[in-house]
Design a protein around this ligand. Structure first.
Ligand SMILES: [Zn+2]
Length: 297
């Protein structure tokens, strides 16, 4: 057996599509568990090369100009991880192995090197190697729609779920390490009531003209009926770290107090508390307040 005595007791793995998704969806959760001594691993599947660029001074980075946004976003992600206290962040198959696919229906979806065109089992094998090394009890990713239908988010979901299966299969690729079963898998979500309350706060502040416009709840990924939420992480203590991490993704996110906007310039609430749906493993009674609830040390 491999010596695993060096592994911290609690290990959390997050699988995301682009740099910035982790901070928006899970920044407070990541900061909390890192601060509490858990091993937090982030796997990002693409460099986000097709993102739009918010600061005018960096517009030349965009894919239709210098096409150097991916390299720049590696730096943004590193800065965000420093804000969250997370030291283990990796790109699936290494930086640049899979390219950002662009929005659904965009011509970039057809590029052979884009993540949307990746063979799911081949991509999952890269993640199996990480799972068998880090041996997380808890994995977090998107729902089957990727939260909002972006091809890279859908593919990240498929790859993560497939990797959980394959990592547990002793006969699969013994060269990638000893089989490991992830005890709990969660999908990101946001309860509808929380999103609506957040937008109500933003509309009340509308006269401040923080942003040129206001998004709508349907623009928020992963909104579900409140009763579908199985876990809520009270992250108030980590809200500043989350906001700082989001700010580090300066090409993608404009943060203004408790609100933020993506490149569409539409304001939306910056939600400090983060929510999850357990889809694999046994939930504790009631709504969980700890993703590791019920997991043996
Ligand atoms: Zn994304």
């Amino acid at each position: 057996m491999t010596d695993r005595s060096h592994l911290p007791g609690r290990r959390l793995l997050l699988v995301h599509a682009h740099p910035d998704d982790e901070s928006i969806n899970n920044g407070a959760t990541m900061a909390k568990y890192a601060a509490e001594g858990a091993h937090v691993t982030l796997v990002t599947c693409t460099l986000g090369e097709e993102g739009e660029v918010i600061p005018a001074g960096l517009a030349h980075l965009a894919a239709d100009r210098d096409d150097t946004l991916g390299a720049h976003r590696i730096g943004e992600l590193s800065a965000a991880m420093a804000e969250l206290g997370v030291t283990d962040h990796r790109f699936l198959g290494g930086p640049g192995r899979y390219r950002d696919s662009g929005m659904m229906g965009a011509p970039q979806n057809e590029r052979p090197e884009c993540f949307w065109r990746a063979d799911v089992d081949e991509a999952a094998a890269y993640l199996v190697e990480v799972i068998r090394e880090v041996r997380p009890q808890v994995l977090v990713t998107y729902d089957p729609d990727g939260g909002y239908g972006h091809p890279d988010h859908i593919q990240a979901h498929r790859v993560a779920m497939r990797a959980v299966e394959l990592a547990a299969e002793p006969a699969f690729r013994r060269d990638l390490g000893d089989a490991h079963t992830v005890a709990k898998v969660y999908w990101n979500c946001v309860p509808r009531s929380v999103v609506e309350a957040g937008f109500a706060r933003l509309r009340e502040r509308g006269e401040d003209k923080l942003f040129p416009g206001i998004a709508s709840p349907s623009d928020v990924p992963g909104v579900v009926a409140d009763e579908e939420v199985t876990a809520a992480i009270d992250s108030s203590a980590y809200a500043p770290a989350k906001a700082a991490a989001m700010r580090a993704h300066a090409t993608q996110i404009a943060v203004d107090g408790p609100f933020f906007a993506l490149s569409n310039d539409l304001g939306q609430p910056l939600l400090a508390d983060e929510y999850y749906r357990l889809v694999r493993g046994t939930a504790a009674a009631g709504r969980e307040d700890d993703l590791f609830a019920g997991v043996g040390a």
